[in-house]
Design a protein around this ligand. Structure first.
Ligand code: UGA
Length: 435
């Protein structure tokens, strides 16, 4: 099928390459000429395992084309809108890019074509955009098909997702949209992926409520970590024990520095803002606590660092391992790790930081840190080591070797990812999260 993808950020670039992988003929559009040039040359603008391979395959097969010219989408049957919805100044989502993408697309739309929203939007956005699309092109239909991909697993999550959700209008137009999307995802559906057909508002809500639930699960376990720290209990053992209850489940119960990234933090804030606009703000009051618990984790590590450095970090050397908001990513948007490293610099510490992928992205927004290109260089002569992103490279460090490099053998395990016994045996004072 001829498909267009508007927006070549994280979501759009992965979606476009994945659609080509599924055999479609794809034109991908972005307003940023640098991004388009890189993608056209097969150079993924961010670190995502598997993306370079499917991008190269798509380019070699001739099934993908990157452009800044919206006119090139003409003739595609399905147009995916995959632009960003960043957090605006009030916490509400900024819909400038979504509105601009749909407005830019409409002149090239024809009857029988579908506009398929993938961006995470406040509930009610799809109905508003659907009205404006059908006003301009009565035979075109706007539907919503939210995306659930995780960074680090984005290709896999796009090609083999847990589920497909189609938000469509009722009647013949909705039925035609379902048929078109079934054709787009034919391979995925043939693999047995569940597919749910719902109305537009439900589709929008499915996405934000899934992220709100995941954020709540993380903050729940971090709240337990706060209590465990006071009473001397171990939150990891607690998570294992409650996780055996299938109704609870062990996934997303890793206590640590909490959630960051380009999605969970901004999505829970935008959801609260939207609920307030709708007069049901109270229903999501608990998300303010979820957010507060999450941000307290960062403050907690800064305080812990001060305590471990005899009350003051000024003039001390801190080795930071990890800057990305999670492993297998170079994304530092709202990263707890980068936030903590920057606060320690503000407090006068000399911070040497190393991340296997995120040094470059971090340096662009936090030039005040010192970036080094190995874990060894980061910990050399350190008075304190902080492990802030659970990369495998850090999990498997040899604590005896690290002990030989540092000035003082003290480590904060911000992600509970180290073998505590091995580090203790190597002479380290180890401080975990909620343990
Ligand atoms: C998240 C959702 O998981 C995806 O389903 C969703 O599609 C995506 O947002 C989005 O809206 O686009 P992502 O931001 O890639 O995906 O990251 P997650 O894997 O969800 O991790 C989020 C944060 O939670 C990370 O900082 C991670 O370190 C933290 N986390 C995760 C914990 O602190 N504890 C856990 O147990 C799990």
């Amino acid at each position: 099928m001829k498909i267009s993808v508007i927006g070549c950020g994280y979501l759009g670039a992965v979606h476009a390459a994945s659609m080509a992988k599924l055999g479609h003929d794809v034109v991908a559009v972005d307003v940023d000429p640098v991004k388009i040039e890189r993608l056209a040359a097969g150079d993924a603008p961010f670190f995502e395992p598997g993306l370079p391979e499917i991008l190269a395959e798509a380019i070699a097969s001739g099934r993908i084309r990157f452009t800044t010219d919206m006119a090139e989408v003409a003739g595609a049957r399905v147009h995916f809108v995959a632009v960003g919805t960043p957090q605006g100044p009030t916490g509400a989502a900024d819909l400038t890019y979504v509105d601009a993408a749909v407005a830019g697309l409409v002149p090239y739309l024809s009857d029988g074509e579908f506009v398929v929203g993938k961006s995470t939007v406040p509930v009610g956005t799809a109905a508003r955009l659907a009205a404006s699309v059908s006003e301009s092109v009565p035979g075109a239909t706007l539907v919503w098909n939210p995306e659930f991909l995780r960074e680090g697993f984005a290709v896999q999550d796009t090609i083999s997702p847990d589920r497909l959700v189609y938000g469509v209008p009722s009647g013949a137009a909705g039925d035609a949209a379902v048929a078109a999307l079934d054709e787009v995802y034919a391979t995925t559906l043939a693999d047995g992926t569940p597919r749910l057909v719902v109305d537009l508002a439900t589709a929008e809500l499915v996405k934000v409520s899934a992220n709100a639930f995941l954020a709540t699960k993380i903050s729940f376990i971090n709240a337990m970590a706060e209590i465990a720290e006071v009473v001397g209990a171990d939150v990891t053992a607690l998570a294992d024990a409650i996780g055996h209850d299938e109704r609870i489940g062990r996934k997303f119960l890793n206590a640590g520095l909490g959630f960051g990234g380009g999605c969970l933090p901004k999505d829970i804030r935008a959801f609260q803002a939207r609920a307030t606009e709708l007069g049901v703000g109270e229903s999501l009051d608990f998300l303010a606590d979820v957010d507060a618990i999450n941000l307290r984790r960062r403050a907690h590590v800064v305080t812990l660092a001060q305590d471990l450095l005899d009350g003051a970090v000024a003039g001390k050397r801190v080795g930071v391992l990890g800057l990305a908001f999670k492993p297998n990513s170079d994304d530092v948007r709202d990263s707890p790790a980068l936030d903590i490293a920057a606060r320690l610099v503000e407090l006068g510490a000399t911070v040497s930081a190393y991340d296997p992928q995120a040094n470059g992205t971090a340096a662009r927004i936090r030039p005040e840190l010192t970036y080094v290109d190995s874990a060894d260089a980061a910990v050399r002569d350190a008075d304190l080591v902080l492990v802030l992103t659970e990369w495998n490279e850090f999990r498997t460090l040899d604590p005896a070797r690290v002990a030989g490099l540092v000035a003082r053998p003290v480590v904060v395990d911000g992600r509970n990812c180290l073998d505590r016994d091995a580090w203790t045996a190597a002479g380290f004072t180890v401080r975990g999260m909620g343990r």
